[in-house]
Design a protein around this ligand. Sequence first.
Ligand SMILES: Nc1ncnc2c1ncn2[C@@H]1O[C@H](COP(=O)(O)OP(=O)(O)O)[C@@H](O)[C@H]1O
Ligand SMILES: [Mg+2]
Length: 272
Amino acid sequence: MSNNYYQSNGSEVALFKQAATQRVPVMLTGPTGCGKTRFVEYMGEVLGRDVVTISCHDDLTSSDLVGRFMVTGGDVVWNDGPLTRAVKSGAICYMDEVVEARHDSLAVLHSLTDHRRTLYLDRAGEVVTAPDSFMLVCSYNPAYRSSLKELKPSFRQRFVTVAMTYLPPEREAEVLVSEAGIDLSAAKRLVNCAMSIRKADDIFHFEPPSTRVLVTAAKLVAAGASELEAAEVCILAPLSNDGAINDGLRELASASLLGAATKRVDAGGVKA
Ligand SMILES: Nc1ncnc2c1ncn2[C@@H]1O[C@H](COP(=O)(O)OP(=O)(O)O)[C@@H](O)[C@H]1O
Ligand SMILES: [Mg+2]
């Protein structure tokens, strides 16, 4: 069985395979916690390739990516960075939240993302051509970003863009069952709770609750927390620091949890 359980949400698996066959880079977009990282790990397994993950941040330099000379025991030795290691070993290099990296640090990717598929290690005087199995995959969350940080269109156009989003509620509930071992009806109530907040998202303007927070809530429920408690600490509390908004959200959440619970009791009653 696969170590990376992944519930597909459309044609992303086929697209990723096609991009891998044609050796073109992939850009995954979508809200935080919607399954981007899980998807890449899963595809690594499907394609039989290692995944080297680089978490991007604004201090990331091109040397952090490609490597640098270091002094070891009196000698000056070149040390490959994670990108170079991924290229040399023909792995999938996954650059998470690539929008966080500075544009000048990303320039080293250009020759890797076009027909050349080559990495120039100027300082080491080395030119590395990527084997066929090397694949560059980047991800970022286009929404809820400060307008200060944007990827250049010219950079984005180097990639096949796979837009990801949350699974439909039924399938998302299955993820909770699989990841946390709770029963399907409890999973559906938690998803229902997140859905009510996601729908209100237009009013609130915050990053909506993700599949990740739902999985965490489900794990607490599996460990004995009540659904309301788990929803409070995992789904609601991280959303906003505004007391009034939180009260409104709490009402929404408890109504959706209890509403679903009441319906369940009613249904049971009808059957009996
Ligand atoms: N399609 C999916 N199939 C299986 N698990 C998923 C899926 N989407 C999200 N998850 C669950 O949500 C968690 C967070 O997903 P992750 O891939 O880390 O999100 P992202 O990288 O988009 O922020 C995963 O660890 C997994 O438990
Ligand atoms: Mg991720």
